[in-house]
Design a protein around this ligand. Structure first.
Ligand SMILES: Cc1cc2nc3c(=O)[nH]c(=O)nc-3n(C[C@H](O)[C@H](O)[C@H](O)COP(=O)(O)OP(=O)(O)OC[C@H]3O[C@@H](n4cnc5c(N)ncnc54)[C@H](O)[C@@H]3O)c2cc1C
Length: 377
């Protein structure tokens, strides 16, 4: 049986980035993905928007939480920009962030300033010259911002290659049939069986995490599923355009296509399916038509995607925060709030596992020794 320091379950953004970073601190790492390809779920079904804090600094009601998520998005944005510059799209353009509710302008700017979001106010005539197709009649404020579109497949390809070079072993297309203590029993798509063990098992399995804990540990983790929708359509204009107001459209472009979402579309769902809810998709269509009155909705496709969060208290709001939890000793759950927050999440996870799986070749800092003494006492 092959034994590793860490076994990751799930090869979306969280698993792939964790694999890369954990190998780079010298841990032996394996990653198990049950699909025949990596990142077949939300990590590629999403809008491909590498956030820069612009949207979340204003969309999250609680100011402190909003600023925190925005800062983590900025951190993630900078990290991914440096790690895979080739995966950024339209870097010569700045998207436009629009606001209809004039009464929010001061609060939006104040939150952006606190979080460190970069923005440049634009005049209506400048915005019209950049996006002549758009109708800005109801728009009260316009800003050029530094969010960018991301080719997620290219990012993941680079992460997989880098993790593999750093020593990660991938078990692609392997289903977990049983978990006994720290040992996973696997079966491949062609029926081959294997058993692997990890000092720590990390569940970077997104929508699949709850089922794994229920089935193999008889432990119900309070994961919630939030469904929202996107529309893919031929490219609508040169610059990305997104409203900051609730119930308005937000679009990023990928080559010849635009992917458009609808602010605050997220609907609590009993399970993680991708069935499109027709009325929800219609909302996006109305949102697009209000910016681009000439848009032909027939040439478009609707998709649904699911985001998960960890419910921390009864009736708590949807969380866009990262989550690391160890509901069963040795079995750790890792969820990014957004794809853009994966660099922050995976840094936290590396630090967590560094503590759990010590490398005695590096001297302890006095504060580490103090902590050990405290534990003994
Ligand atoms: C509509 C929508 C749009 C979004 N747009 C954006 C955006 O533009 N920008 C952004 O930053 N964020 C966006 N997000 C959020 C983002 O997509 C997710 O936060 C992120 O992709 C989650 O990544 P993950 O690696 O945790 O999970 P996942 O992408 O779900 O990856 C989990 C992996 O685990 C595997 N797996 C599951 N169960 C098992 C099992 N039993 N055994 C082995 N493997 C298993 C899956 O096959 C999958 O490959 C969006 C979310 C939604 C719903």
């Amino acid at each position: 049986m092959n034994s590793y320091d860490v076994v990751l379950i799930g090869g979306g953004i969280a698993g792939l980035m964790s694999a890369y970073k954990l190998c780079n601190i010298g841990l032996s790492v394996a990653l198990v993905e049950n699909k025949p390809v990596f990142a077949a779920g939300p990590s590629t079904r999403n809008e491909g928007w590498l956030h820069k804090g612009t949207y979340h600094a204003t969309s999250i009601k609680n100011r402190q939480e909003a600023v925190q998520v925005a800062k983590r998005c900025i951190y993630g944005h900078e990290y991914i920009r440096e790690f895979a510059p080739e995966a950024l799209e339209d870097i010569d353009k700045r998207p436009l962030a629009l606001l209809k509710d004039e009464s929010r302008v001061d609060e939006v700017i104040s939150r952006w300033n606190e979080a460190g979001v970069s923005f440049t106010p634009l005049t209506l005539s400048k915005a019209r010259s950049l996006v002549p197709e758009a109708d800005f009649t109801e728009t009260k404020a316009i800003f050029a911002v530094d969010d960018v579109s991301l080719n997620t497949r290219l990012l993941y390809r680079k992460l997989i290659n880098a993790a593999q070079k750093a020593g990660c072993v991938f078990y692609l297309g392997h289903e977990i049939t049983a978990i006994e203590g720290q040992t996973l029993h696997l079966v491949s798509l062609s029926g081959d069986k294997a058993a692997i063990a990890g000092q720590r098992i990390v569940y970077s399995s997104g929508t699949g995490a709850r089922d794994l804990f229920t089935r193999h540990h008889d432990h119900d983790i309070p994961i919630r599923y939030w469904k929202s929708h996107l529309i893919i359509t031929p490219r609508l204009c040169a610059e990305g355009v997104f409203y900051l107001d609730p119930h308005q459209a937000a679009m990023m472009h990928h080559g010849d296509h635009s992917i458009v979402g609808f602010n605050e579309d997220a609907l609590l769902s009993p399970c993680a399916d991708y069935e499109v809810i027709h009325e929800r998709a219609e909302n996006i269509k109305r949102g697009i038509a209000s910016i681009f009155p000439g848009w032909d909705s027939r040439n478009s496709v609707n998709i649904a995607c699911v985001k998960v969060d960890l419910q921390t208290s009864l009736n708590c709001n949807r969380s866009l925060n990262v989550a690391i939890a160890e509901p069963v000793p040795g079995h750790i759950l890792a969820l990014p709030g957004k794809m853009t927050e994966a660099p922050f999440l995976t840094d936290k996870l590396v630090a967590y596992l560094h503590d759990a799986i010590d490398n005695a070749s590096v001297a302890m800092r006095p504060c580490d020794e103090f902590r050990v003494l405290e534990k003994i006492a």
